[in-house]
Write a protein that binds this ligand. Sequence first.
Ligand code: URA
Ligand code: ZN
Length: 385
Amino acid sequence: MSAHKFLVDIHTHVYLPRYANLLRSRSSVPLMRTTTTPAGVSEDRLLILDHEPSGGRPVGPQYWDREEKLKFMDKHGIDVSVVSTANPWLDFLPASEAHTLASELNNDLEAYCATSPSLTSNQYEIKRLYGFGLLPLVPKITTSALLEIVQQISTLPHLRGLIMGTRGIGNGLDDEALDPVWAAIEKAGLVVFLHPHYGVDGKAWGDKDYGHVLPLALGFPFETTTAATRLILSGVFDRFPSLRILLAHSGGTLPALSSRLASCIDHDPVVASKLKHDARYYLGKFYLDAVAYGPEELGFASDVLSRANAYASGATEPRVANRTVGSQRMLFGTDHPFFPPLSATEKWKSVTENLEAIDNVQGWTEEDKAGVRGDNALRLFNLKE
Ligand code: URA
Ligand code: ZN
């Protein structure tokens, strides 16, 4: 009998109780409040986006209660989760508050993970929960405060990376002021999970009410696409070649636009002169979650990552021989507790669709699929201690 292969969810969120309490105490977005439905039922609602559509989203204990996370994992056969605070992190706080809260929440998340149950395989023991810490990336924060928190995260044994949004300390992630932070993250070997929150200018959505569909389906991935592209253009990967950055939602639209990006750079000699490589090479610096809901999208993203690897090997016009290399940089995720089922069902469609997508990618071998389901995460986060 072959050994059990772990299913690892690397895109799964929590509002830790300390953070949920902060949201409850607020009267402007982001906030959480209790409302009464027309049927007289009291319900917590989460308002985190600017111009939040439809009065916010209903939320419940699955957003903050660790037992609910473990129950969800059990229901879906998820062995291990690498949990991150959900957006908008600390972005809305003044610097000193963000600094203190980052440190407290990192300690909270370490305890959340360290006291979780363990699993054993034939050769090693593993916790069911690991985490991404938080940096106080807000305007006016000092570099030394950021470096202190990178250092804190790197010493907390169950935190294996950090989650960040796209604004940096106010000027985006291509801000040279972040260079010491990238250097420290690279040195500590932490994985950066780059996740959207702001979307793009809401004017693009027109004035019809389509609920959360446009900001979540398009705005989120467009935001990630822009942030990742600015990272490439700023030369971050030339200066910090060992940085490991995981992009949410399979990299948004960047895989589909990378050759166009390369062409636009080629036609702008000033920009081109600042980069050491073809833009498509830099795609291979990223890891992508497999939160794309369809096998064709996953297969395509893995082609683009495979091609990036070929660029890295010095080919000038690489063609992709197979999808395996790219698949090794892709990792299963659920986005729990967002996208819950609308009625009580055995399993969440947002999970089963992502698992079925992995199963059905043309050209991925069984080993490639096992990699995306969990083996790649075990390797990336060094979970087999
Ligand atoms: N909606 C959010 O606000 N965040 C997520 O991570 C997913 C959906
Ligand atoms: Zn998410």
